[in-house]
Design a protein around this ligand. Structure first.
Ligand code: ZN
Length: 155
């Protein structure tokens, strides 16, 4: 093995070095011209996946609407003496949507739930970390999408 830069015979293992945009196997002297990619002594155990920080990634977060959302919304609306029409107007939705949500025939989606939370100063969404779900349900969710998790959870 000879150094790709100076042509000198390399004693031991060559150093993979990134110089400009190309990777070359060079001697220790020439490796100073670039950035050493991997020390040759590193064991090649790790697979070539991008390192990912698993914790607190936003995509791992699942929101669930609280159980008695309908009752909560109705109570808060009535406290303010609003009709369903009033509430619908304030969040820019149809009255039929409010009807279905208050009778819990329809769960508000995250966007709508957030609007209601802000307007009524209530808490409608519960936050789950996907990691928690994996633990509490005995695993097997690796690779499942958030949609899958939500479906499984609701049964
Ligand atoms: Zn060299």
């Amino acid at each position: 093995m000879r150094c790709e830069i100076c042509g000198k015979k390399i004693v031991g293992k060559p150093l993979k070095t990134k110089i400009d945009s190309s990777v070359m196997e060079v001697c220790r002297e020439c490796s100073k011209f670039g950035k050493i990619i991997r020390e040759p002594t590193t064991p090649r155990k790790k697979s070539f996946r991008k390192p990912q920080k698993r914790s607190r990634r936003p995509m791992d977060t699942v929101y669930e609407v609280v159980e008695d959302y309908g009752r909560i919304i109705r109570t808060e609306r009535e406290k303010r003496d609003w009709s369903r029409e009033d509430l619908a107007e304030r969040i820019n939705e149809k009255v039929s949507v409010i009807n279905r949500i208050e009778s819990e025939r329809m769960e508000p989606d995250i966007k709508l739930a957030r609007k209601l939370e802000r307007l009524l100063k209530i808490k409608l969404l519960e936050k789950f970390e996907a990691d928690d779900l994996e633990k509490s349900e005995g695993g097997g969710f690796r690779g499942a999408t958030i949609g899958d998790i939500a479906r499984i959870k609701r049964g």
